[in-house]
Write a protein that binds this ligand. Structure first.
Ligand code: B1M
Length: 212
């Protein structure tokens, strides 16, 4: 088994210490950060999701896997954020109200920081009003929302409606992401862009900031 396969395997088992050690090993082996993320950590988490859906594993196992995912991300974070890049725009980011999934949102935040954006991370379970207030107070260019549950996707629409009501919608671009979302859904609720992963989010945000 190579290092990435071991990483994927240990993430599934929720072995935080092993995940930390193997992530360091992968970095030492000069494996690209993107590959460590996609083929090691995210690949492991995808298997966890499938097994959880099929009742092969249970919530405590998913929690352990999430903890292990953070152990790996802690190693990669400084490598993903390049130093000394000037701020090219400001993004308010958060996981919507009722939703506690923040791994994807945090990854997107790290990548945006790495691309030179100032990121104001509101965390998870964020009420609609808080997104709007933070965007107004910080004079942000972008609001980014994440949702991982079909039951919390509609909260994004609430935030967009509130942005329209408060006159924020025309001067701030709203991006949305998360596993259950789609381009179609984003269009339906009036988001300016759907982003399928962190790299895509960085590209879309760059486009918006350039156009301003
Ligand atoms: Co839960 N969970 N979970 N979970 N969980 C899912 C989402 C689920 C699909 C699992 C399954 O059944 N297969 C399912 C949802 C089903 C549905 O809605 N139809 C589910 C469920 C049901 C639940 C609970 C209800 C379980 C329960 O209590 N019975 C519960 C809900 C709690 C709540 O939120 N209120 C719950 C709880 C949890 C944990 C707390 C244990 C844990 C989260 C820990 C944490 O985040 N700190 C957890 C986890 C880890 C998962 C899975 C296994 C993995 C999610 C993840 O982190 N993926 C997940 C299954 C799955 O998605 N395959 C599942 C890795 C991450 C890098 O990907 O988040 O998709 P992702 O982010 C990607 C892109 O989507 C995109 O870029 C990221 C990087 O590539 N992206 C954005 C995301 N946000 C973006 C924002 C952007 C742009 C791009 O712009 C702003």
């Amino acid at each position: 088994m190579d290092t990435l396969e071991k990483l994927k395997d240990n993430l599934q088992k929720g072995n935080s210490e092993q995940v930390s050690t193997l992530t360091k090993k992968a970095v030492e082996e000069k494996i690209e950060v993107r590959a460590i993320l996609d083929d090691g950590l995210i690949a492991g988490m995808t298997v966890v999701g499938t097994k959880f859906k099929e009742h092969e594993i249970f919530l405590p196992d998913v929690l352990l896997a999430a903890k292990a995912m953070y152990a790996g991300m802690d190693i990669l974070k400084p490598l993903m954020i390049k130093e000394g890049i000037p701020t090219v725009g400001r993004v308010v980011i958060g996981t919507v109200h009722g939703d506690l999934h923040d791994i994807g949102k945090n990854l997107v935040g790290i990548m945006l920081k790495g691309a030179g954006f100032e990121v104001i991370d509101l965390g998870r379970d964020v009420p609609a009003e808080k997104f709007i207030k933070a965007a107004v107070e910080s004079n942000a260019n972008i609001i980014g929302m994440s949702a991982l549950l079909t039951t919390t996707m509609p909260v994004m629409k609430k935030v967009i409606e509130l942005a329209k009501e408060k006159g924020v919608y025309d001067r701030v671009k709203i991006i949305v992401g998360g596993a259950p979302l789609s381009e179609e859904y984003a269009r339906q609720i009036g988001a300016h862009a759907y982003c399928y992963d962190g790299v895509n989010a960085v590209d879309r945000v760059k486009e918006f900031v350039k156009k301003k």
